[in-house]
Design a protein around this ligand. Structure first.
Ligand SMILES: *Cc1c(COP(=O)(O)O)cnc(C)c1O
Length: 414
């Protein structure tokens, strides 16, 4: 099934309408969804309005009236933030969105808003490293938050971690970096029965591949720096969900803590979002081909990719995700630390650099500190983890590059 066509109404008889996602294919919706002509110029795409100050109402003391709809100051709103928020809410089936300067600013804003001192959070024990750091040290130390790290794929363990003061369950759909897959609807049931909220970092699974809000999550979060922008040249983050919750996050954590996105970055990300379905299909197809190559290579000790039929997370991935299993393949190669360094440095197409969702393929070889590594499968504990963020190049070039560098480090496959 193609990612890009996956929600086209079957045998639809209605006339396609760019304002109604139920009548058009995903590709069409990503081009048009959430767009609005500019009020002052008539430009069909939101023009860039750099940081600015806006004319106050006739009676400036009415500014704090919650019904005042005008723009005031760029930390709080601006044309490009609003345009991007409208588009992202439309693409991810949310009522409202608030955009931030980075993915971490958005994640922090959600946690800061949802958690109070003494509250308990259940957090996946494998998440993006800075999220892990927030829950491992900063939120407990600064705000008195209690945290249980659990294997989020073990629903019995998640249920067993619930306490009377549990207010939050947080997970990634496909986890950074070991690509385990969470069952979002089942986690939403556990969270809601406990009186808690489920926040889902869907950075590895952007729409139209997956939409956490359609599976009963309370908030969807993305690092827009990754697949949405798609070119590795702008940072941003977003929270998407019910309007009242998003407005709480905006009025609390965005206005008071800051973390606003720059208008230019918002504009770049809005532009990138249009081609997301086309790029995502290529990322997924390339990653699948590379995972299949690595899985049968005797020099590779372990491959984690939920698109592989024998991956322990394959069933949960195919049940939830449309059109592929994402663009990240994690693997381990045996031998010594020096062999692995030699492998990474011998690559001639793939770049050794952090981040993902770029046009170019990026690789990171990491050894985790013991406290964190304990959550990972044994091959990653023994050999470190190599995270390959597959880009848009031709898959055969990437596979040939990996094969040649493995040969440099380990000799030929046979
Ligand atoms: C990169 C990343 C983040 C952080 O986003 P930034 O835009 O770099 O702040 C959060 N979650 C996941 C899963 C990520 O990969």
């Amino acid at each position: 099934m193609s990612i890009r066509q996956s929600t086209r109404p079957a045998g639809g008889t209605s006339r396609p309408d760019k304002h109604d996602p139920g009548t058009v294919a995903e590709d069409t919706w990503f081009v048009h969804g959430g767009n609005q002509a500019d009020d002052t110029t008539g430009a069909i795409r939101t023009p860039i309005v750099m940081a600015n100050s806006y004319q106050l109402p006739e009676d400036p003391t009415t500014l704090d009236d919650p019904d005042y709809g005008g723009l005031v100051y760029t930390r709080e709103h601006g044309a490009n933030q609003l345009g991007l928020e409208r588009k992202l809410a439309a693409l991810d089936h949310g009522e409202a969105a608030a955009v931030f300067g980075t993915g971490m600013a958005a994640l922090h804003a959600a946690f800061f808003t949802l958690l109070n001192p003494g509250d308990h959070a259940i957090v996946s024990n494998v998440t993006y490293m800075r999220v892990w750091g927030l829950f491992d040290s900063l939120l407990p130390a600064k705000l008195g938050i209690e945290v249980a790290f659990v294997d989020i794929t073990d629903l019995a363990a998640v249920q067993a971690a619930v306490r009377p003061n549990t207010r939050l369950v947080h997970t990634e759909v496909i986890a950074n970096p070991d690509v385990r897959v969470a069952d979002i609807a089942a986690l939403a049931d556990i969270a809601h029965a406990a009186g808690a909220r489920l926040t889902v970092d869907s950075t590895f699974t952007p729409p139209p591949m997956f939409r956490p809000l359609d599976h009963a999550a309370d908030l969807t979060l993305h690092s827009l720096t990754k697949y949405f922008n798609g070119h590795g040249d702008a940072m941003g983050g977003v929270v998407i969900g019910a309007a009242d919750l998003v407005e709480d996050i905006r009025a609390g954590a965005l206005w008071h803590v800051g973390g606003a996105i720059s208008p230019f970055n918002a504009w770049l990300i809005m532009r990138g979002a249009i081609t997301l379905p086309l790029r995502l299909e290529r990322h997924c197809d390339n990653a699948q081909a590379i995972a299949e190559f690595l899985a049968v290579d005797p020099r590779v000790a372990h491959v984690a990719y939920p698109g592989l039929a024998n991956d322990p997370h394959h069933e949960r991935a195919t049940a939830q995700l449309a059109g592929g299993a994402g663009g990240v393949v994690s693997f381990a190669i045996a031998g010594s630390h020096e062999d692995r360094v030699k492998f990474v440095n011998d690559l001639r197409v793939i770049t050794s650099a952090v981040s993902l969702g770029h046009d170019e393929t990026l690789i990171v070889y990491e050894n985790y500190p013991e406290a964190r590594a304990a959550a990972f499968d044994t091959p990653f504990r023994d050999h470190g983890l190599i995270r390959l963020a597959v880009g848009l190049e031709e898959a055969d070039d990437l596979i040939a590059d990996l094969d040649a560098a493995l040969t440099t480090a380990y000799g030929p496959a046979r």
